[in-house]
Each structure stands twice: as structure tokens, then as C-alpha cells.
Design a protein. Sequence first.
Length: 147
Amino acid sequence: MGARTSGDTEARENAGAGPGGTEPVRLDKWLWAARFFKTRALAAAAIGGGRVEVNGARAKHARAVRPGDLVRLRLGPFEYLLTVRRSTAHRGPASEAALLYDEDPAGQARRAHLAEQHRLAAQAFRFGEGKPSKQERRALLRLKRGE
């Protein structure tokens, strides 16, 4: 085997991306490349679970996505409304992944509002306190009896 050349690296990086990222790519690969999921298996599980729609219809993991497709993705309580800008089957840094899609500003605002609600709800409750101690239980009994 010969040594790798810069042309080999370039060909490998552009494989599946097509000229300008216009070639269709499997949905699970695109979600993984866009860094919504850490593995393709997690992306496929989310698609199989019905949490991903493409152009308003429930999708299968092998469905091809192209630039211009509308993707609706639900991750936990949050919903992402995305428009595919480029297609690629290769995972790159987050700065490159952000160039693969445009996000709906209204969806971003709803997600930020929901995150703020969750943050405020968590502050309203005291988690981790556990059940009352023996001393606290006796103090509650005295209070209930009116002592």
C-alpha cells in the first residue's frame, strides 16, 4: 500500500457529502453528524420511538434527508424545529455541525422559556431533604397536639 496523500484525506472527508452537501444522507447519520446524538444507535432509537419527524411525517432511520427538509426533533421536554442546510455523513466539530441546519427562532424561544420554567420549578422545591429526623417528628407531634 502506498502512503496517504492529501487527496485521499480530502476524498474521505467529502465522501457522502456531495458537492456542497446536497447529496441525500440517512436521517440517523445526519442527526449524529449534526451532534444531536452521541451515537448513531441513539439517533436510530429516537427515530424508532417516534421523536423525529421529517416534513411533517414520522420518519424511519434510513430515510434520506436533503437540504430544505424540515426536521422536528423532540429531546426530553424540548423540541427542535430544524431546516436542513447541508447534508453530510461525517461527524465534525460542533462549529461545523452548527452549519448543517437552521433552527426556527420561535422554537428557540419556546425552548428557552421551557428551560426557564424548569429552572424555576426546581428552585421552588427542596430536594434531598429526605424524611424528618426523630427529633423533627417529635416536634411535629407536639405542634399537632398543641403542646
